[in-house]
Write a new protein. Sequence first.
Length: 381
Amino acid sequence: MSDRRALGVVFAGGGTGGHIQPNLAVAEELARLMPGEVCGVFVTSDRPIDANVLKDETIDGFDFSVSVSPAKPLAMRPRALARFVMSWGGSVRVGRAAIGELKARCEHVVVVSTGGFVSPGAAQAARAERVPSVLVNLDAVPGKANRLMQRWATKQLSSAPTDDSRLVRIPPIVRRRMHELPSAPEARKSFGLDADAKTLLVTGGSQGASTVNTFVVRTLESLKEDTDLTDWQILHQCGSGAEQELQHEYERLGIRAGVHAYIERMDHAFAASDAAVTRGGAGAMSDVWATKTPALVLPYPYHKDEHQRLNAKELEDAGGVSVGTDMIDASENLRVNLGGLRSLLSDETRARMSVAIEKLGPADGAAAVARCVLGLAGLET
């Protein structure tokens, strides 16, 4: 009796959790549609965050392995470009090896790439191995890696609105658990917080953001002068090394807080929260959309193309989030963005914002990608 699977998928993406989580979401959807018939290889970078994201992951009905690519970021600076070029051969070989592993076990193989510097080598490997590939663009402005891959991809999808007509729009991509949230009191208890207190989630992404950390503390200190914050508590993902200082600052302000360098279960974090202060990364905007969480978005200030601001534009235009400007300087951030956080603490404002997000529809992009993969493999269910 053959133990070959119907489908093997190489999932390429790494360097941040934001490139890996969408791949995990698609894997979950494929496992739901074809339990026990799909397996995979996740091709990631050698950054510690990638291993941390995947270390405890299991998906029912889907077994997978992890291959680490030597790929380096694609940039135009001479030294950075040289590192990318020097790592190119190795990154393609890793992709081809992953495809070869799945060809030996599966009837059909497809490569799914979610962008970032790991993905181009895997996409080129798909071309060399003559297997179909799917490019999944996550940002409103496609990055250099995605623009490079467009020449090879069999199908091109985008979970963010773009001006590129070649990219077929799909809804935001989130993990299945974002659709199966625990109750707010249960989620708050899991972080050691008051089960009944209103909760503000603060996150600068998986690696934190020092300017966001400082802005929230300084702004809450200012708001205490004329706003009753006794009903509020903070759940803060701050990045490694900032935990003790932030915890001390919240204690000084008399505000209950749970401070974490990294929150593995962001579904629990959003379930616990009434509102959020966040960057404008594709993953964060997808989570806000899926959980209908009102948010103040402070896009990363050093992106020349301002793609985080554009990532948030659809939600902003609908009235579901407000978008501020990270001025970098702490005093300027307080001056420019205090009003945005003050408004977010209003029950009436948050209710209106949640309704606005709900009208955008479900964040079921993972299902759209899974259907595309099955179609390329000739396995439509």
